[in-house]
Write a protein that binds this ligand. Structure first.
Ligand code: F6P
Length: 541
């Protein structure tokens, strides 16, 4: 049994469906079922003003959601009944809210200023964070300036980050999003999958003399990462005629497992630390972000952290009904639990944010895909939704038909940057017009009784998030907002959003099956799995 939650939320032991706040929302949902957003807007000129939140460089418009101010008020009452405020404080202060793993959850400390104070088990976390940051900055500066040279004395031109899950999603997203800030000489690549063609294609084109491999793995035991890292290391050592000293010029480790890094052959001066209280999917702000820092430079990486910190402060201090991450979380919960929408989609109108949906899939679905509460009892309501997405306008030509006229209702998060250094004004206006047009069409629909296939019922909700520009600071704000969205829902459902035991069973079975495939052993499996194993071994010969 998991340890009881150390959060101060005593009401978490109560079945959420028995709370008055829950019952009131259920009753309210019945009233809301018949209401069309179009009509709500016609009756209320001030709706956009009241239901949007403007921070200095980001605007979140919640007004196209199927909520009224009464809905928001009932949702904040539920949040209060589940002690959301106390749970937020517990997370920020370093309480061990990841109770199954007995860990604090402190990605917020990774972006806190140097004069902040947070301790875990008597250790000054902020001091550790800033000491690591300064070491990362020295490394990034040396690589960027050319002071860091490869084994044959050449400057580094290519960074290859080998890692999977949280050890690739965040940095890959951030590096792509901030490609406009990239160092001219340095190209950054990401390898995650153990599927061989990805690695093969990349390594064939890169020169080992000028390549730096970053092995990003908190545990430093993840099989895909270790497999790919070993292939890269062996290839490099072979290239240098078996001289293993080359590893110290071409390999860096980002990990919490010092012994495993040492055993792999990476010297401790090339290792940048992580701590138990950094969850993999919340780790882009830590050493895991090194590839991004090298690409965009330490100054811009600091701006990225500062943006996230600004969102942290907003989340911590703004009233729930004017709080961007809280409203994202509460409205999402309303859809999941009271209007029975099983999914949401995030559509960034920016190619640089192409990896945002994948990053969010891990952040949300690995965090809140849970069926047991923090107290170890089955949950009584639906938890984390399915998350998916693709950039616009491309996605308008793929799955948007389904959003407009399909039989399921899927709320949308539209994200766009108003200003761009690229293209011309007309291109950018076209992009923004498409973004706004989609949310308008989803909401208002279009009547056509003559040609029912042209009828759009509308009433399909969305949130629009507008960044002034896609800068490091604003990207930090955006990602932190989504992290807190996930937290809000998990806290109210009373689940532990910070463990991921659901990924372990498949990993263990894969080990067994791998041995069987390699050694052609017959294991004990169901008829389907055995049949597939036989088919593979026979086909391979
Ligand atoms: O399999 C899931 C997971 O544990 C993620 O939570 C994590 O981000 C990923 O694997 C990679 O883990 P590591 O950084 O330890 O290699």
């Amino acid at each position: 049994m998991p340890k009881p939650s150390s959060s101060p939320n005593t009401s978490q032991t109560t079945d959420i469906t028995t709370l008055d706040a829950w019952k009131n929302l259920s009753a309210h949902a019945k009233k809301m079922h018949g209401k069309h957003l179009k009509t709500i807007f016609v009756k209320d000129n001030e709706r956009f003003t009241r239901l949007s939140v403007r921070l200095p460089s980001i605007l979140a418009d919640f007004s196209k959601n199927r909520v009224t101010e009464e809905t928001i008020s009932l949702l904040t009452t539920l949040a209060d009944a589940r002690n959301l405020g106390a749970q937020i404080s517990a997370m920020f202060s370093g309480a061990k809210i990841n109770n199954t793993e007995d860990r604090a959850v402190l990605h917020t400390a990774l972006r806190a200023p140097e004069n902040a104070r947070v301790t875990v088990d008597g250790q000054d976390v902020i001091l550790d964070v800033h000491t690591a940051l300064k070491r990362m900055e020295k490394c990034a500066d040396d690589i960027r300036s050319g002071a860091w040279r490869g084994h044959t004395g050449k400057e580094i031109t290519d960074i290859v980050n080998i890692g999977i899950g949280g050890s690739v999603m965040g940095p890959q997203l951030a590096t792509q999003a901030l490609a406009g800030y990239a160092h001219m000489r340095i190209r950054t690549h990401y390898i995650s999958n153990v599927e061989a063609s990805e690695m093969h294609r990349l390594l064939k084109d890169l020169s080992p003399d000028t390549t730096l491999f970053i092995i990003a793995s908190k545990s430093f035991t993840t099989v895909e990462t270790m497999q790919n890292a070993t292939i890269a290391r062996d290839k490099l050592v072979r290239h240098f005629g078996g001289d293993a000293t080359a590893v110290s010029k071409h390999f860096v480790a980002l990990a919490a497992n010092t012994d495993a890094v040492k055993a792999f052959g990476i010297p401790s001066k090339n290792m940048f630390p992580l701590w138990g209280w950094v969850g993999g999917r919340y780790s882009v702000w830590s050493a895991i972000g090194l590839s991004t820092m090298i690409s965009i430079g330490p100054k811009h990486f600091r701006e990225f952290l500062a943006g996230a910190h600004e969102m942290d402060m907003h989340f911590k201090t703004a009233p729930l009904n004017k709080n961007i991450p809280a409203l994202m979380g509460l409205i999402g919960l309303w859809y999941r639990n009271f209007l029975d929408f099983p999914a949401y989609t995030v559509v960034p109108y920016h190619s640089g944010l192409a990896r945002l949906p994948a990053w969010l899939q891990q952040a949300d679905m690995e965090s809140n895909g849970k069926h047991i509460t923090s107290e170890g009892t089955p949950v009584t309501v639906a938890t984390g939704p399915c998350v998916f997405g693709e950039p616009g306008t491309d996605s308008q030509h793929t799955y948007f038909q389904w959003l407009h006229q399909g039989t399921d209702i899927v709320p949308v998060d539209f994200i766009a940057a108003i200003k761009t250094p690229y293209g011309n004004k007309q291109q950018q206006s076209m992009l923004l017009a498409n973004c706004l047009a989609q949310s308008e069409a989803l909401m208002n629909g279009q009547d056509n009784t003559q040609e029912p296939y042209r009828h759009f019922e509308g009433n399909r909700p969305s949130t629009t998030i507008l960044l002034d520009e896609l800068t490091p600071h604003n990207l930090g704000m955006l990602l932190a907002a989504y992290e807190h969205r996930v937290f809000v829902q998990g806290a109210i459902w009373g689940i532990n959003s910070f463990d991921q035991f659901g990924v372990e069973l498949g990993k263990a079975l894969a080990k067994t099956i791998q041995t069987e495939l390699t050694d052609k052993i017959n294991g004990m499996h169901d008829a389907s799995t055995s049949g597939l194993i036989h088919h593979i071994t026979n086909t391979r010969g």
